[in-house]
Design a protein around this ligand. Structure first.
Ligand SMILES: *[C@@H]1O[C@H](CO)[C@@H](O)[C@H](O)[C@H]1NC(C)=O
Ligand SMILES: *[C@@H]1O[C@H](CO)[C@@H](O)[C@H](O)[C@H]1NC(C)=O
Length: 399
C-alpha cells in the first residue's frame, strides 16, 4: 500500500515539474508572438524629452527621430496650448499629460479635440521633422534605416487622416516625444505608474543666461507662450522675459529635485538630466549615454551621421543647431558673455540662483569676469550625473 502510494506521489511530482517546464517553455515561445502577460503586452520604451525653449531640444530630438527604432513627435502639447485661448500652464497640464499618454500608446484619436475636422498628417505640429512620418507605412519617401530630409518630406509625404500615423507608431520599439510645455513631474505620475508604459524622462537643461540671449533674438515668437507660462497675468513687456526665465529656472529645480532628492519609487531610474553644454562639448559621448539610458542601440551609421553633423558645416548641422563655431565647440555656450550687458546677466543670475547652482553653472561677479572667456563657468559634470542619494539625505531634504 505504502510503496504504491509513494510511486504515485513521485510520478505526480515528476508530472508537475514537467508540466511546469512545458508552461514556461510554451509561454516564452508564445511571448514572441503575443505575450502571456497582458501588462507587458506593449514592450515599447516611452521617452519624454523634457526641456525648455532654446535649449537644444530640436537637435537632440533629431538624434532620436533619425534612429530606425524610434517613432518621434515634436511638441504634441503645442496643440493644447494653441487651441485653448487665454489659459495658463497650470490649467492645461492635465490635458497635456493625457495627450502625451494617448500618443505614447499610439492612440491619435485624442488629436480630434485639437484639430480641424478633416485633418491630415500635416496637421501635426512640425510633422515633417519626424522621420517616422516620412517613412513607410506613412510615406514611401524614406526607408527606415535612412536619414530623412524634412524639406523633401514636407513636399511629398502629407496624407489624409492619422490612420497611417497610428499604424506606423505601433511598429516601433520606441516612442519619443519632445516637450517644452511641462513644468513639473507630478502630473506625469500616473504615466510612470501605468503598467502599459515604460517611461524614461530625459531632462535637457541649458545655462539660463544663454537661453535668455537666444530668446531675445526672436522675442516676438514667444509672446503667446509667455502669456500661458505667466498664467495670463498682466506684466509689462520689459519684465516679461525675466519672469518667464524665472519660471523656467524654477521648473528645472522642481523637476530635478523631485527626481533626484524626493523621488517616489516609480520615478527611480527613470530620470536623466542632460546639460546642453556637455552635449555641445562631447556630443558622441553624451548621445551614447542617452541612448544607453533608453535602451537604444548606437549604430555605425548613426555614429557617422552624428560625427558628420558635429564636424561639418551648414544647415541642419549640430553647429547650426547649437551655433557652434569651428574653432571651439564651447564657444556657443559663451556667446552670451559678450552679447549680454552685465546688468542683465546679474539680474538673471539673481532670478535663477538656485537653478544655476543645482545644475552646475557658475555665476560671474563682474563685467570683467563675464568677458574673460578663459574662465570656465561650467562645473564639471560628475556631481550632476544621474545618481541616487542615500535614504538619509532623502529624509533630510524632506524636512
Ligand atoms: C488634406 O489634404 C487634402 C488633399 O490630400 C487637401 O485637399 C486638404 O486641404 C488637406 N487638409 C488640411 C487640413 O490640410
Ligand atoms: C534636403 O533636400 C533639399 C531639397 O531637395 C536640399 O536642398 C537640401 O540640401 C537637403 N538637405 C540635406 C541636409 O540633405
Amino acid at each position: 500500500m505504502t510503496p504504491h502510494c509513494r510511486v504515485n506521489f513521485n510520478t505526480l511530482i515528476l508530472l508537475v515539474v514537467l508540466q511546469g517546464a512545458a508552461v514556461v517553455l510554451f509561454c516564452s515561445w508564445y511571448v514572441q508572438l503575443s505575450p502571456c502577460d497582458p501588462a507587458a503586452a506593449d514592450r515599447k520604451v516611452h521617452v519624454l524629452l523634457l526641456s525648455s525653449w532654446r535649449s537644444g531640444s530640436s537637435f537632440l530630438g533629431q538624434v532620436f527621430s533619425q534612429h530606425p527604432s524610434v517613432f518621434y513627435l515634436m511638441e504634441p502639447a503645442w496643440h493644447v496650448w494653441t487651441k485653448v485661448e487665454k489659459s495658463g500652464a497650470r490649467a492645461l497640464r492635465m490635458a497635456v499629460r493625457d495627450l502625451i499618454r494617448s500618443v505614447f500608446r499610439c492612440d491619435f484619436s485624442v488629436m480630434d479635440a485639437y484639430m480641424p475636422e478633416r485633418h491630415n498628417v500635416s496637421s501635426l505640429f512640425m510633422w515633417s521633422h519626424s522621420r517616422a512620418l516620412c517613412s513607410p507605412p506613412v510615406c514611401p519617401l524614406t526607408p527606415r534605416h535612412h536619414f530623412s530630409n524634412h524639406t523633401q518630406c514636407l513636399r511629398t509625404c502629407d496624407a489624409q487622416g492619422l490612420q497611417r500615423v497610428e499604424e506606423a507608431c505601433a511598429t516601433y520599439s520606441h516612442v519619443v516625444l519632445k516637450e517644452v510645455r511641462l513644468f513639473e513631474l507630478e502630473s506625469l505620475y500616473p504615466l510612470l505608474q501605468d503598467p502599459h508604459l515604460d517611461l524614461r524622462i530625459i531632462h535637457l537643461v541649458r545655462d539660463p543666461r544663454a537661453v535668455m540671449r537666444s530668446r531675445e533674438e526672436s522675442a516676438k515668437s514667444f509672446e503667446r507662450d509667455n502669456a500661458v507660462v505667466l498664467e495670463q497675468r498682466n506684466i509689462p513687456a520689459a519684465e516679461m522675459q525675466y519672469q518667464v526665465m524665472q519660471e523656467i529656472c524654477r521648473s528645472h529645480v522642481r523637476i530635478n529635485e523631485r527626481a533626484l532628492l524626493k523621488a517616489p519609487p516609480f520615478l527611480q531610474g527613470r530620470y536623466k538630466m542632460v546639460r546642453y553644454e556637455d552635449v555641445a562639448r562631447s556630443p558622441l559621448k553624451e548621445i551614447r549615454a542617452i541612448y544607453e539610458f533608453v535602451d537604444l542601440k548606437m549604430t555605425a551609421q548613426l555614429q557617422e551621421w552624428i560625427y558628420a553633423l558635429t564636424h561639418g558645416k551648414g544647415k541642419g548641422s549640430i553647429k547650426e543647431a547649437f551655433q557652434i563655431t569651428s574653432r571651439n565647440a564651447a564657444d556657443v555656450s559663451q556667446a552670451w558673455r559678450t552679447a549680454l550687458p552685465h546688468s542683465k546677466v546679474k539680474r538673471i543670475q539673481d532670478l535663477c540662483k538656485g537653478a544655476m547652482s543645482l545644475l552646475g553653472y557658475r555665476t560671474v561677479n563682474s563685467d570683467k569676469e563675464q568677458k574673460r572667456l578663459d574662465i570656465d563657468l561650467l562645473v564639471p559634470q560628475e556631481p550632476f550625473q544621474f545618481s541616487w542619494l542615500p535614504a538619509k539625505s532623502q529624509h533630510a531634504s524632506n524636512s
